[in-house]
Design a binder for this molecule. Structure first.
Ligand code: FES
Ligand SMILES: [Fe+2]
Length: 340
């Protein structure tokens, strides 16, 4: 076992990474979420700003997901305490005489929030890396659709890895992708820190729902620990984009947040068609993911696995995850040694 990548250490590092906790379209009323075994509530306050706070009220533990949004925060459904969404500070206690001060420790956690790709992102601690902005999206005018999130009984790295694994297509996705050749060409995977990419030609397969508008160049681009995207470039018939950001809920559960986008040239159907197609593909993946043993990528070892050349992308993904974890833990250890 490599204790450096023990589950506790991974959780410590991932608190400093951005993850998606909801779709932007789902938070007009407070919505419960769970990230790294931490219960959260996600909501849009009355000023229109997305907020993420602890789900548990600090007074007597009521569920803030059943609360009411205020101008800049949320009000508890039990005794009406109000909390500011950004700082988490209690701003009003209805039972308190107005001349009495609010106890200074009456606060809940309030977390950083960014809305990007039609999703709400949060980070439980100081972020070490930005939310990815893949350069291939620069200058593209894309129409986006966030997909319905998929809860899966597997670790989020296993789900992220699945998204960039190509050798499973002819077995798991025969119904949607058709008779994809099983041999994987030598892949020129490039990794730079936490980023990795590979491009290859995807030839149209007869009868496949997946490729009805012709051959495409597929550009895979991933950022550890939980961002994976594919740009399908069909040349004159346009481009489409598929993006996947699984969220670690617990050590053995994740929620696969994902979405699709097309550019204005795209002639392979409407954005709804693409969403439906990719939903069918994800529905083929989930039962496989939920059958994995162990349910998460065994980054610290302890399980025998045998890899082959087709796994080069996933092996590089694991290296990229370790790069992220090492970068964060090294700095945390350095700061702790320096007494900060
Ligand atoms: S439990 Fe939330 S105000 Fe009392
Ligand atoms: Fe798949």
């Amino acid at each position: 076992m490599n204790e450096r990548y023990s589950p506790d250490n991974l959780w410590r590092a991932y608190r400093h990474c951005w993850f998606v906790v909801a779709r932007s379209c789902d938070i007009d009323t407070p919505k419960a979420a769970r990230l790294l075994d931490h219960d959260l509530v996600v909501f849009r306050d009355k000023s229109g700003r997305a907020q993420v706070t602890d789900r548990r009220c600090i007074h007597r533990g009521a569920d803030l997901a059943a609360g009411t949004v205020t101008d800049h925060g949320i009000q508890c459904p039990y005794h009406g305490w109000s909390f500011d969404g950004s700082s988490g500070m209690c701003t009003h206690i209805p039972s308190l005489d107005p001349s009495s001060p609010i106890p200074p420790n009456a606060r809940i956690g309030g977390y950083r929030v960014v809305e990007r790709y039609e999703h709400v992102w949060t980070c439980l601690d100081e972020p070490f890396f930005d939310i990815p902005s893949p350069p291939e999206l620069d200058g593209l005018d894309l129409e986006w659709r966030p997909a319905a999130p998929i809860p899966a009984r597997c670790g989020f790295m296993a789900a992220t890895e699945n998204f960039r694994d190509m050798a499973h297509f002819p077995f798991v996705h025969k119904a949607t992708m058709g008779n994809v050749p099983s041999a994987i060409p030598a892949l020129d995977v490039k990794r730079d820190g936490r980023r990795l990419s590979v491009s290859f030609q995807y030839d149209q397969v007869e009868q496949a729902h997946f490729s009805s508008i012709g051959n495409a160049m597929m550009h895979y681009h991933s950022y550890a620990p939980g961002f994976a995207a594919i740009l399908y470039d069909y040349g004159e018939t346009g481009k489409r984009y598929l993006v996947d950001f699984p969220t670690p809920v617990s050590r053995t559960e994740c929620v696969i947040h994902w979405g699709v986008a097309i550019d204005s040239q795209f002639q392979g159907g409407t954005i709804e068609d693409i969403l439906k197609l990719e939903t069918a593909v994800f529905d083929e993946d989930t039962p496989i993911l939920e059958g994995l043993t162990p349910p998460e990528v065994p980054l610290s070892g302890g399980w025998q696995e045998v890899s082959c050349p087709a796994d080069i992308y996933t092996l590089n993904y694991r290296r990229a995850v370790k790069f992220v974890v090492d970068t964060i833990l090294d700095r945390l250890e350095h700061e702790s040694a320096a007494g900060r």
